[in-house]
Ligand binder design. Structure first.
Ligand SMILES: NC(=O)c1ccc[n+]([C@@H]2O[C@H](COP(=O)([O-])OP(=O)(O)OC[C@H]3O[C@@H](n4cnc5c(N)ncnc54)[C@H](O)[C@@H]3O)[C@@H](O)[C@H]2O)c1
Length: 316
């Protein structure tokens, strides 16, 4: 199966590398960037290591080289550092990148769809949820989803695992809503081995409220903490993107917190989504307290505003 990655910057390169290393599902990868030498260099660097990896053919290319791709991952655009979205006190957060990246999508999506009208389109560029709404309009179909809050949910699991001294894989915890400052951490349904984490946390000395505040803060601004160290957050999202591509290519029907257009909320946002062939096939609302549900409604409101802005700027 063939996968296209548009945008060969930090995130596109990390996605491609994760796709190569995961192996199995993806046989061919095409990297595209408006900075052609950048795409050429990234693809060549990885290509020379393929004798050591599962069988995969990675090359740079142009839009016409996307022909027959089953999935196209879009990572092109301005990142948080370059776009001035690294201020923890700014409630806009990643939404600051919306206007410039909506223009990038207005350039890219029609070109992709002209070559691969049947492909599933996965949006990674920030802010991913309103850009997915724009992509859906520009593409004229529904096979569009964003990486949503899977990365935030993984960060939530890792933070809880650290505090509870257990393996992150054994923590079940979800973040829903926007991939951004209005996201909602579902503490009420977070469990380890069937035990609510809020109960386990009270067994420690620190108060649950204190731990909760710290964890929420670390997750909401995890991207900024990473960027302060490295300039771009890339490896986590690269692994997430490759895993999601795999779920689509294998028609896994994996249940993951990724974002697709949800008629009930009138916008693209993350819930418990069933991901397989064609993208998100179903969306389910996880159990929530009334407070968590209220926070989700507010997050949806933020996203509806952002989505309208994305359409206006992107000309959809
Ligand atoms: N969804 C998530 O959870 C998540 C996580 C991390 C980063 N991101 C986002 O991913 C995006 C990429 O981040 P990055 O660190 O890789 O940035 P980067 O600057 O390293 O790379 C962006 C690439 O996009 C290319 N590009 C820009 N406009 C283009 C166009 N019109 N056509 C083709 N290529 C174009 C650039 O040439 C560049 O190579 C940013 O918006 C960033 O905020 C999202």
């Amino acid at each position: 199966m063939k996968v296209g990655v548009v945008g060969a910057g930090a995130v596109g390169a990390a996605t491609a590398l994760s796709l190569v290393e995961r192996g199995g599902t993806c046989r061919e990868i095409v990297l595209i960037d408006r900075n052609t030498p950048r795409a050429d260099g990234v693809a060549a660097d990885m290509r020379y290591a393929t004798p050591l990896s599962p069988t995969v053919d990675i090359r740079s290319g142009r839009y016409e080289d996307l022909a027959h791709a089953a999935v196209v991952v879009i990572t092109a655009g301005t990142n948080e550092k370059a776009g001035g979205a690294t201020d923890r006190s700014d409630p806009e957060g990643r939404l600051r990148l919306l206007d410039s990246n909506a223009r990038v999508y207005a350039d890219i999506v029609p070109r992709v769809v002209a070559v691969v009208p049947q492909a599933v389109l996965m949006v990674v560029t920030d802010p991913p949820d309103p850009l997915a709404d724009l992509t859906r309009e520009l593409a004229g179909h529904n096979r569009v989803f964003s990486t949503g809050t899977l990365i935030d949910s993984l960060r939530f699991r890792v933070q809880l695992a650290d505090r509870l001294h257990v393996r992150p894989r054994d923590v079940q915890a979800l973040v829903v809503g926007e991939h951004g400052t209005s996201e909602v951490l579902l503490w009420s349904s977070a469990t380890v081995g069937g035990i609510p984490v809020t109960r386990l946390l009270t067994e420690d000395d620190a108060s649950v409220e204190h731990v909760r505040g710290e964890v929420e803060n670390d997750i909401r601004y995890a991207n900024i903490a990473i960027i302060e160290g490295t300039g771009a957050s890339q490896y986590g999202i690269g692994a997430v993107s490759a895993r999601l591509v795999e779920s689509v290519l294998r028609d896994e029907r994996a249940v993951l917190p990724v974002a697709a257009h949800c008629p009930r909320y009138g916008v693209t946002l993350s819930l418990s989504s069933v991901l397989g062939a064609g993208g998100v096939q179903q969306m389910h609302e996880p159990a929530m307290t009334p407070e968590e549900h209220q926070a989700l409604m507010q997050s949806a409101e933020v996203l509806r505003d952002a989505s309208r802005r994305a359409m206006a700027v992107g000309g959809a």
